[in-house]
Write a protein that binds this ligand. Structure first.
Ligand SMILES: *Cc1c(COP(=O)(O)O)cnc(C)c1O
Length: 425
């Protein structure tokens, strides 16, 4: 691709690196006749609100995840709430959580009278930084919420060591990383409990659905007691059996069977689809290795860690290697080539008004303070890596198929801009 350094940038009137969009390369979810038949069968049987299909899915999901128990939910947010309750998070408690995540990793804690303390992320993995956890632990801390951000496994070994030392539970939010490996182990099977979204945009898509996985019977039964009243007849532990028949939380967390039916088909297809996505994404990044301006967001080769289905793939942007080229100018120039990029990280939660000024439950003060024994608010400047990410992180095309010609064109779009950034100043 020696032309990258000489072929005129499309923004300056040259030919586009990606002459034609191949929408099928990006289409997700992949819905086949098998999905349609599974969903239609439930629809025609009139059993949308039952649990029989969901139970089949749970057994299959538990086997996939290597977990003793899997419990289906109406969505991932509810599964996270169930996991938090299952871990014994109660009024006044705190969880330590990354600020750079989708809000559902943290906000359900408010439903329990608890609150979140945010820790910073590692600049490479973009997951919870194990070195920023311990000093945030107080007698109120009950759990660490780990998010495998945009498919990248978090550094679980030191996090588990810290949790065990302090008697904390570890909840894994696997909503971005179904099937990812951490040093050869499946994420979601390392902490005490995992919760994941199977929302239609996620790497394992099934409409609106969530799943909780654990080996811990108490966590599992508490989660049932809290939000699955129709299943409380299965409870065996004295802590929860007296309350069978009504949900302790006042929540109804049942999964919808049309989504469960689709999830069963998607789960069967997932290992092969994930493997192809991994080959496609790695081939894209391998072609860009060593260029200035950006780096892959992926674990080191040979580490035994993988990116799962590469949900919302990101690249690290390094403007200092391109003469300070602002991220938006870089993105505009790549997009003129047909390259599909732009700012892509989540907004750091600790700076949002919901975590700073909202009095959600009428306490006469912000909920974040009302539910704690001190002012927990974290102002700008307190989580520097999370706060800087917006300017240092790019969305990357999410290839679902290994199509070398097209992927090569997208790589060329990025390569042209990396090698000709000086022409943009
Ligand atoms: C999508 C997502 C959730 C919530 O899942 P829903 O199914 O949309 O409720 C939770 N955590 C993370 C990190 C997510 O991306």
């Amino acid at each position: 691709m020696s032309t990258a350094a000489t072929e005129k940038l499309a923004l300056l009137g040259g030919p586009r690196a990606v002459p034609e969009e191949d929408e099928d390369l990006f289409r997700w979810p992949i819905v086949t006749e098998e999905d349609e038949a599974a969903v239609l069968e439930v629809l025609r049987a009139g059993g949308m609100s039952g649990t029989n299909i969901t139970r089949l899915l749970e057994a299959e999901y538990a086997a996939y995840q290597g977990a003793r128990y899997a419990l289906g939910y109406c969505n991932g947010t509810a599964a996270l709430l169930g996991a938090m309750y299952g871990c014994g998070i109660r009024r006044g408690d705190e969880i330590i959580c990354p600020s750079l995540t989708y809000w559902a990793s943290a906000l359900p804690a408010f439903n329990l009278g608890a609150t979140a303390v945010f820790a910073d992320i590692e600049p490479d993995s973009l997951c919870l930084d194990p070195r920023d956890i311990e000093h945030r632990i107080t007698p109120r801390t009950k759990a660490i919420m780990v998010v495998h951000y945009c498919g990248h496994p978090a550094d679980m070994d030191p996090i588990m060591t810290i949790a065990r030392k302090h008697g904390l539970k570890v909840i894994e939010d696997v909503s971005h990383a179904h099937g990812a490996l951490y040093k050869g182990r499946l994420v979601g099977a390392i902490g005490d409990v995992s919760a994941m979204s199977l929302m239609s945009g996620k790497s394992l898509p099934a409409g609106e659905l969530g799943m909780l996985c654990t080996d811990d019977q108490l966590i599992y039964e508490r989660a049932i007691a809290f939000g699955h009243y129709e299943r409380t007849g299965e409870l065996t532990l004295p802590e929860v059996t007296p309350f069978a028949g009504m949900p302790l939380g006042g929540y109804k967390h049942r999964a919808h069977q049309l989504s469960s039916a689709m999830a069963r088909v998607q789960l069967r297809a997932y290992p092969a689809r994930m493997a192809e996505i991994q080959r496609a994404m790695n081939s894209f990044w391998d072609q860009l290795e060593g260029l200035p301006g950006f780096r892959a967001h992926r674990p080191a080769k040979g580490s035994g860690s993988t990116m799962g289905g590469w949900y919302n793939p990101l690249g690290h942007y390094r403007p200092e290697e391109l003469g300070g080229l602002p991220i938006d100018k870089f993105a505009e120039t790549v997009n003129a080539e047909g390259g599909r990029t732009g700012r892509a990280s989540n907004f750091p939660m600790h700076l949002h008004p919901v975590l700073n000024t909202a009095d959600v439950y009428g306490d006469g003060k912000p909920t974040r303070i009302a539910f704690a024994d001190r002012d927990l608010r974290q102002e700008r400047g307190t989580l520097p890596v999370s706060e800087a990410l917006a300017d240092r992180c790019l969305g990357i095309p999410w290839f679902k198929h290994l199509r070398p010609k097209q992927i090569g064109q997208y790589a060329q779009a990025f390569r042209k801009v990396a090698t000709q950034a000086d022409k943009l100043r």
